[in-house]
Design a protein around this ligand. Structure first.
Ligand SMILES: Nc1ncnc2c1ncn2[C@@H]1O[C@H](COP(=O)(O)OP(=O)(O)OP(=O)(O)O)[C@@H](O)[C@H]1O
Ligand SMILES: Nc1ccn([C@@H]2O[C@H](COP(=O)(O)O)[C@@H](O)[C@H]2O)c(=O)n1
Length: 192
């Protein structure tokens, strides 16, 4: 671990695997700052006058990945603003464009500690997202049509990123099919 550079844990897993749920617990126990790429993009989409609102919404509905220049810039701004030096970056990098853009802009300014990978079946993830939608998440992508596309992107693009970090020995894999508390027990071990 570098003494000076901000430390980053990337958090990856399928849509609805429980990344956000676990990040909230990690923040409490380990004092990381949680930055969700999806949340930052939704915030930017909702910002009046944003040049990227329509582009972002179209990617979100189609489960495709927003160009890294936009996402990386939102992440870098949020990191700077936080004044902290330990970050959970949730839902990023999602594809090769994300990875290359991060390495270009942030690679020598941050230290990637590891990748926390929440492993969960597509069936369980789908059920969780549909329940979240039915409970009123207000997300335009918690519906069957968008979810199918989100899973396609996950399998086609994101798994390759997890494999890239796995080959570097940086992946800590968690069985995310368990209850939230059981998952967090395993997460705790991954951080200790
Ligand atoms: N271990 C779990 N068991 C059952 N339900 C869970 C579990 N973890 C989270 N959930 C529920 O599943 C839904 C998705 O969880 P969460 O938002 O944490 O997932 P996510 O991976 O961040 O999703 P996304 O990638 O779509 O943003 C939420 O309604 C949450 O309450
Ligand atoms: N690196 C990213 C992260 C997210 N997106 C877009 O947002 C959607 C929702 O992401 P969640 O992590 O909140 O589920 C996702 O399907 C993408 O359309 C992105 O483009 N790049």
């Amino acid at each position: 671990m570098s003494a000076e550079l901000p430390n980053v844990v990337f958090v990856l897993g399928g849509p609805g695997a429980g990344k956000g749920t676990q990040c909230a617990k990690i923040v409490e126990k380990f004092q990381y700052v949680h930055l969700s790429a999806g949340d930052l993009l939704r915030e930017e989409r909702n910002t009046e006058g944003s040049a990227y609102g329509e582009l972002i919404e179209s990617h979100i509905r189609n489960g495709t990945i927003v160009p890294v220049e936009i996402t990386c810039s939102l992440l870098a701004t949020a990191m700077k603003k936080s004044g902290n030096n330990k970050f959970l970056i949730d839902g990023f990098p999602r594809n090769k464009d994300n990875l290359d853009g991060w390495q270009k802009e942030m690679g020598d300014k941050t230290n990637v500690q590891f990748v926390l990978f929440f492993d969960c079946s597509q069936e369980a993830c789908m059920e969780r997202c549909l329940q979240r939608g039915a409970a009123g998440s207000g997300r335009s992508d918690d519906n069957e049509e968008s979810l199918k596309k989100r899973f396609q992107t996950y399998v086609k693009d994101t798994m390759a990123i997890i494999e890239h970090y796995d080959a570097l020995g940086l992946v800590r894999k968690i069985d995310a099919s368990q209850s939230p508390d059981q998952v967090f027990e395993d997460v705790t071990k991954a951080f200790e």
